[in-house]
Design a protein around this ligand. Structure first.
Ligand code: NDP
Length: 481
C-alpha cells in the first residue's frame, strides 16, 4: 500500500492529524494507496514556509526561476512511464491517454511558462510631461486547487505560471487522484527547488481546500472544479478581497450543419463526446444536428459509439476506461433514470459495463447516446460529466444558436460547417469562452482559456495567466514639458 505525504517547506511530511484518506483504483474498485487527511494546521505550516521563501524566490532573476521550471519539465519527461501509469491507476483513464496527453501536457505546462515568462512585458504610455510604465510584480503566496479529471495536467497548469511569475504556491490536488501530485513533490525535491516555494497539501476540499480559500495570507486563489464549489469559494474569498480565477463546469454545445465534412465531423464528435469517459470539462455533451442530416448522423454516430471498446485501462486496445469513483458513477447512472422520466430514448449504453478479470469490481459505464429530449430538459441543462450525450435536431441557424446558448454555462462550443460566414457569425454569437470550428480540443497554450456565465471567472493560459498571477502597479514619472 502506497502511503503519500504532504510536501511542505521542501520536505515530504506526514499530516499533522496523522489521518489518511483511502485512495481507490477505479478500474479495480479497490483501495491501493492512502493520502494525507490534512487540516488547517498543515496549511498554516505551508503558508509560513511559503512566506519565508517568497522574498528570495520573487527576487531571483527570471532566468533562474525559469531554469527550475525547465528542470521540472525534464524530470516529468524522464518519469513519463511511471507518471502515466500512476495517473491511470488513480483516475481510471486508458494508459495510452495518460501517456499521450496527460503527462506530456504536464511537462509542456512547465516548459511553456518557463519560456513565456521570458517574453512577459508590460505597457508604457508617454505624453508631453509624463511617462507611465507598469510594473507587474509577483503577489506573494497563492492557492491552487484542482480537480480529478486531468489530475497532473490541470494541477501544473496553475502551479507553473504562478511560480514563473515569482509567487510561492500552496497547492491542493483532488483527494480522489493525488498520486501524481505527490510524485511532483518528489520531482521538486530532486531538482532542488528551494524549500517553501511550492507546497503540496493533500486532503478533503471541505477541510484543506476551505482552509486555503479562507486563509488571510493567501491573497490569490486559482481554482478549477465544479460551479457549485466555485460559488462557495467566491463567497469565502469576496470579504477577504482575494483575487480569484475560477474555471468551472460546462454543458458544451456541438452544433452540426448539413454542409460539414461528415466523416471528419463524426470521428471528432465521437472523440469530443467520450474521450476520458466524457470527463473533460470541454467535452461536447449537447449535440445539435441540422434536421436534414439528423437520421444519417444518428446512424453513423451510434454505430461508431458502439465500436468503442470498454475495459482494463492498461489494455492498449481499450478506448473507454473506468469512471473515477463509485459516487461519480452513481451520479451518472442517476441521470439515466432522469432521462427516461423526461421521455428520452436511450439509443445505446445507459448502463454499467461488467468488465472482466482484475477489473471485475471496477466502475465502468457504457458510452450513452440519448435522443428525444428538448434543450430545456435536465439532461440538456445539467452537467453530467460522464460518457453521456444528448442529440437534438434543429431547423434553422437561429434555432441552433438559441439552443446552444440556453444553459447557465458558457465554457466551450464546437461548430461544424464549411460555410465561412456562418462560422464567423456563430463564433461571434455563441456564449462560450472557447469556440472550435471544424475541430475540437485543439489547444495552443498562448491563447486565453476559460468560460463565461457559470463556467467561470477570468482566463488562464499564456499572458492571461501571467497577468493573473502578478499585481500591476503603474508608475508615472514627471519629466517636464
Ligand atoms: P469539485 O468542485 O468537487 O472539486 C475541485 C477541487 O476543489 C478538488 O480539489 C476538491 O477537493 C476541492 N474542493 C471541494 N470543495 C471545496 C471547498 N469548499 N473549498 C475549497 N476547495 C474545495 O470538482 P471535481 O473534482 O468533481 O471536478 C469536476 C468538475 O470540474 C466538473 O464540474 C468540471 O466541469 C470541472 N472542470 C472544469 C474545468 C475548466 O477548465 N473549466 C476543467 C476540468 C474540470 P476534493 O476532491 O477533496 O473534494
Amino acid at each position: 500500500m502506497k502511503i503519500l505525504t504532504n510536501y511542505i517547506d521542501g520536505k515530504l511530511v506526514s499530516p499533522s492529524s496523522n489521518e489518511y484518506i483511502d485512495i481507490f483504483n477505479p478500474a479495480e474498485g479497490k483501495i491501493y494507496a492512502k493520502a494525507p487527511r490534512s487540516c488547517a494546521k498543515d496549511i498554516e505550516n505551508a503558508v509560513s514556509a511559503a512566506q519565508s521563501a517568497f522574498s528570495t524566490w520573487s527576487r531571483l532573476s527570471v532566468d533562474e526561476r525559469s531554469g527550475f521550471l525547465l528542470r521540472i519539465a525534464e524530470k516529468i519527461e524522464q518519469r513519463h512511464q511511471g507518471l502515466a501509469l500512476a495517473e491511470t491507476n488513480d483516475n481510471g483513464k486508458p494508459l495510452w491517454l495518460s501517456k499521450a496527453v496527460d503527462i506530456p501536457r504536464a511537462a509542456a505546462n512547465f516548459r511553456f511558462f518557463a519560456t513565456a515568462v521570458e517574453h512577459f512585458c508590460s505597457e508604457s504610455y508617454s505624453n508631453e510631461e509624463i511617462t507611465n510604465y507598469t510594473l507587474r510584480q509577483p503577489i506573494g503566496v497563492v492557492g491552487c486547487i484542482s480537480p480529478w479529471n486531468l489530475p497532473l495536467y490541470l494541477f501544473t497548469w496553475k502551479i507553473a505560471p504562478a511560480l514563473a511569475a515569482g509567487n510561492c504556491v500552496i497547492a491542493k490536488p483532488s483527494e480522489i487522484t493525488p498520486v501524481t501530485a505527490y510524485m511532483l513533490s518528489e520531482i521538486c525535491e530532486e531538482v532542488g527547488l528551494p524549500r517553501g516555494v511550492l507546497n503540496i497539501v493533500h486532503g478533503y476540499g471541505a477541510e484543506v481546500g476551505a482552509a486555503i480559500t479562507l486563509h488571510k495570507k493567501i491573497p490569490v486563489i486559482s481554482f478549477t472544479g465544479g460551479s457549485k464549489t466555485g460559488a462557495q469559494i467566491a463567497q469565502s474569498a469576496a470579504p477577504l478581497f482575494k483575487k480569484i480565477s475560477l474555471e468551472l463546469g460546462g454543458k458544451n454545445p456541438n452544433i452540426i450543419f448539413d454542409d460539414c465534412n461528415f466523416e471528419r465531423m463524426i470521428s471528432e464528435t465521437v472523440r469530443s463526446s467520450f474521450v476520458n469517459q466524457g470527463q473533460i470539462c470541454l467535452c461536447g455533451s449537447r449535440i445539435f444536428v441540422e434536421k436534414s442530416i439528423y437520421n444519417k448522423f444518428i446512424d453513423a454516430f451510434v454505430a461508431k459509439t458502439k465500436e468503442l471498446t470498454i475495459g482494463d485501462p492498461l489494455d492498449p486496445e481499450i478506448k473507454q476506461g473506468a469512471i473515477v469513483s463509485e459516487d461519480h458513477m452513481q451520479k451518472i447512472l442517476s441521470y439515466f433514470t432522469i432521462a427516461k422520466k423526461e421521455g428520452g430514448t436511450i439509443l445505446c449504453g445507459g448502463k454499467t459495463y461488467e468488465a472482466a478479470d482484475r477489473c471485475k469490481d471496477g466502475w465502468f459505464i457504457e458510452p450513452t447516446v440519448i435522443t428525444d429530449l428538448g434543450p430545456h430538459s435536465r439532461i440538456n441543462q445539467e452537467e453530467i460529466f460522464g460518457p453521456v450525450v444528448s442529440v437534438v435536431p434543429f431547423e434553422t441557424e437561429e434555432q441552433a444558436l438559441e439552443f446552444a446558448n440556453c444553459t447557465p454555462y458558457g465554457l466551450s462550443a464546437t461548430v461544424w460547417t464549411e460555410n465561412l460566414t456562418r462560422a464567423h457569425r456563430f463564433s461571434r454569437d455563441l456564449q462560450a469562452g472557447v469556440v472550435w470550428v471544424n475541430c475540437w480540443l485543439v489547444r495552443d497554450l498562448r491563447t486565453p482559456f476559460g468560460g463565461m456565465k457559470q463556467s467561470g471567472v477570468g482566463r488562464e493560459g499564456g499572458l492571461e495567466a501571467l497577468r493573473f498571477f502578478t499585481e500591476p502597479k503603474n508608475v508615472s514619472i514627471y519629466h517636464g514639458p
